[in-house]
Write a protein that binds this ligand. Structure first.
Ligand code: ADP
Length: 261
């Protein structure tokens, strides 16, 4: 009887271990798959500009330098492609820093509406090109002083506002609103753009995720912008979310802690 009891217990333990290990293996396999997908994405993303640049440089080396028109045009294209590579590498570097928690925030109090005003001014030219009206929602005009890393929050705003222009309908508008949430401030960027289908929303903040692959690439995106935005907001222990209606527009909202002076 005693023996049976012991055998029973051992059997139970072994079954538990097996279950744990199966889970562990499943998890490792999943990570391995993510890793593979990531490398796949990176090389895919870099391939196009590298091959383009190669083509322009070979043509230049192969007599293209003698013709002034070709020389200037192809040099500029080679430069454009190098810049795109640099942008991708720099963004990847930033993401990898966030993922290894090697990012130090420089927290300081600042006026978030003032920063948003600066960002809007820096983007007015690209907005005008699409005749998109960039403006602030007139919620309570009081100053909101937040405690955050100003330069990183600038990047969040730049990415969200530039997306609202990039994916916005020509002659539409982008509205930036600020809302008092007691301890926090909610900042919302809404556009009257093409919107995003519900099925894409859960994956939107993943690196390299794009709703419309061909078109976004043509528009020059890397698919890394929103991933960086999410990393920055989460490094501040805050949240970001999105709601959207296809054909109507999207609203991205994130929170920041108010400065308690
Ligand atoms: P990208 O560099 O491609 O713009 P992001 O990470 O900034 O990369 O965005 C990921 C994808 O989410 C975009 O390719 C686009 O399909 C979609 N997206 C982002 N912002 C908007 C928006 N305001 N309206 C519609 N789609 C958007």
């Amino acid at each position: 009887d005693m023996r049976n009891h012991i055998i029973d217990r051992v059997e139970k333990e072994v079954t538990e271990w097996a279950k744990d290990w199966t889970q562990e293996i499943r998890y490792l396999k999943k990570m391995e798959q993510y890793r593979r997908e990531f490398i796949d994405n990176v090389s895919h993303e870099l391939k196009t500009p590298i091959f383009n640049m190669q083509g322009y440089l070979y043509t230049l080396a192969d007599g293209g330098l003698e013709d002034e028109m070709i020389r200037d045009k192809y040099l500029q294209r080679a430069i454009d492609n190098v810049e795109r590579i640099a942008e991708i590498v720099q963004e990847l570097n930033q993401i990898s820093k966030f993922e290894s928690s090697a990012v130090e925030l420089e927290m300081q109090p600042f006026d978030i509406q003032e920063l948003a005003q600066e960002v809007v001014e820096s983007m007015e030219i690209s907005a005008e090109k699409k005749q998109i009206d960039l403006r602030f929602k007139d919620t309570a005009k009081k100053p909101y002083i937040v405690q955050a890393d100003r330069e990183m929050i600038r990047q969040v705003l730049v990415n969200l506002v530039s997306n609202s222009i990039k994916y916005g309908r020509p002659k539409g508008h982008t509205l930036i609103g600020f809302y008092d949430l007691d301890q926090n401030v909610l900042i919302e960027i809404s556009d009257t753009g093409k919107g995003i289908a519900q099925e894409h929303l859960p994956r939107l903040f993943e690196r390299f995720y794009r709703v419309d692959k061909g078109r976004s690439r043509h528009e020059g995106g890397t698919g890394l912008g929103l991933s960086i935005v999410k990393h920055i907001v989460e490094a501040h222990q805050q949240t970001i979310n999105v709601r959207s209606r296809l054909g109507v527009g999207s609203t991205f909202g994130f929170t920041l802690a108010k400065y308690k002076g």
